[in-house]
Design a protein around this ligand. Sequence first.
Ligand SMILES: [Zn+2]
Length: 232
Amino acid sequence: MRVGQVSSSSFGARDALKGVIYAKPIKNGETQEGIINEALKELNEAKFDKTDVLYMQSMGINPPFESGSEAVEYLKKQNIPIQYGKFSDKKVHACLGRNEEGKPAVLINARYRNEDDKATILATAEAIAHEAGHGKDNDTMNSIQEELDNLSLNVLVHRAFEKKYPDVFDGKDSFFFTEGVSLYPKLFFEYGADKTGLKARVADKYGHMPAGDKKHPPSKLAEQIKELDVSA
Ligand SMILES: [Zn+2]
């Protein structure tokens, strides 16, 4: 069923439909409410490292929020609920879609809805931060630059969590981690100026998008990624 069309704001894999995925929202039960509440609490307490933020900016990346609490505040102010959803692409971790009432909602992939261990809760918080970033610009446009800006939120939140819970992600080798939460921090902070791994990854997932959009003018990095897009 095509409930909740999503405007390619996915923190995940490229879809056969080129960035358009479909998500069928599911009502939260007690477990899901528990996970989401704890994720929001953790996100609310996540402070970004100032050096990390400067590092992002030096690459032409602009994190849409200055802290996790700004992301939580934004969602609260806009009354954007967080729910789970069945996705047309199971590789997508989360997206900004619509719930069963047609209201904008952050949807987390239903495959994670019964995993309430600490690491998964923190991973969920990171995904929420990313989707809140997509919401903040209040438009339906998306671009490589917008993804970079929002992926930087994943990374900044992740590094705050690593500081707070040093071993929490150790040994987490499921998809949520290896293809998301644990991958992007590595790629963003890859040694050297080339950022080859980051460029290749973002080109693979988001290369079909324009390099930039109205509210996210493309950086040199985004333009270099666009040039790598093989589907062009
Ligand atoms: Zn995204």
